[in-house]
Design a protein around this ligand. Structure first.
Ligand code: FAD
Length: 247
């Protein structure tokens, strides 16, 4: 990457919050006006920096929820005992300033030329960069087949549910609800394990490309299961959000 573009990515700048939208009880999508945005790829993230009145600084990473070419958006899940996420989900309002830098990351990204079929595996808020990939596929007119397996504790905690339920042709969305299922639930009801992956994963022979994202324990479990079942490690891309999570 040219020096100027790299410097721009890694330099902090002040964005303005354009809108805050409710996704679930604990999740908000924050759309940002970023004055100097060099463009991004589906799957990348950005860093947010909060500075307290006493000068205390906290930085966290957030995946970019929007597709390349769309207004920059992040989707944040509130962790009740968290330092940064409760501020972003509960305090931040349209018109506020927010310090950020990015886009960051060149590995967990997808372009139509990378092919597929795509197997997208999401644990909780791990669906965020995968949503960017799905939107990018649609906006570019790609016909690469996509299967998203999304693990959530309850149906109410599913992020982007309406959008995913109306996904474009060629995008198959499968849910597993690990803690509570509504009456008549026809989807999966257990944590993603080797047997569940064997049911939903594309055959190895079709050269699928995998993107797994979510709590560290979820990502490690699913990627190890896939590699054990014959998926080449270089076709299994992972993004760990930290901690363990309950998905
Ligand atoms: C590349 C990358 C992309 C990310 N994208 C997103 C995103 O799109 N949306 C999003 O909501 N978060 C995302 N995260 C996680 C985010 O960076 C923060 O870790 C998260 O918001 C918690 O920050 P906090 O300051 O509120 O909590 P902290 O004060 O850092 O932690 C509070 C408590 O929660 C635990 N914890 C920390 N992170 C998590 C987690 N992810 N899940 C469960 N428990 C946790 C800690 O161990 C601690 O006990 C991403 C992380 C990475 C590395």
């Amino acid at each position: 990457m040219a020096g100027t573009a790299l410097r721009r990515r890694l330099t902090w700048q002040v964005a303005k919050v354009a809108a805050v939208a409710v996704e679930t009880a604990s999740v908000r999508t924050i759309t940002l006006d970023v004055p100097d945005w060099p463009g991004h790829q589906a799957g990348q993230h950005l860093d947010i920096r909060l500075t307290g009145e006493d000068g205390y600084v906290a930085e966290r990473s957030y995946s970019i929820a929007s597709a390349p070419g769309e207004p920059i958006a992040i989707t944040v899940e509130r962790l009740d005992d968290g330092e940064v996420s409760p501020y972003l989900t509960d305090e931040l309002r349209a018109g506020d300033d927010l310090e950020l830098r990015g886009p960051i990351g060149g590995y967990f990204v997808w372009e139509p030329g990378d092919g597929g079929p795509l197997l997208l595996l999401a644990g909780g808020s791990g669906v965020v960069p995968l949503r960017s990939i799905i939107r990018h596929r649609e906006r570019t007119g790609s016909s690469v087949p996509v299967r998203l397996l999304y693990s959530s504790r309850t149906l109410d905690e599913v992020i982007y549910r309406q959008e995913l339920d109306q996904a474009a042709a060629g995008v198959e969305v499968l849910y597993t609800l690990t803690r509570h299922q509504p009456p008549g639930w026809a989807g999966y009801t257990r944590r993603v394990d080797a047997a569940l992956l064997a049911e939903v994963a594309w055959p190895v022979g079709e050269s699928p490309l995998v993107y797994a994202c979510g709590p560290t324990s979820f990502v490690e479990a699913v990627s190890q299961d896939l590699v054990r079942s014959g998926y080449p490690p270089e076709r299994v891309k992972t993004e760990r959000f930290g901690a363990t999570g309950g998905t």
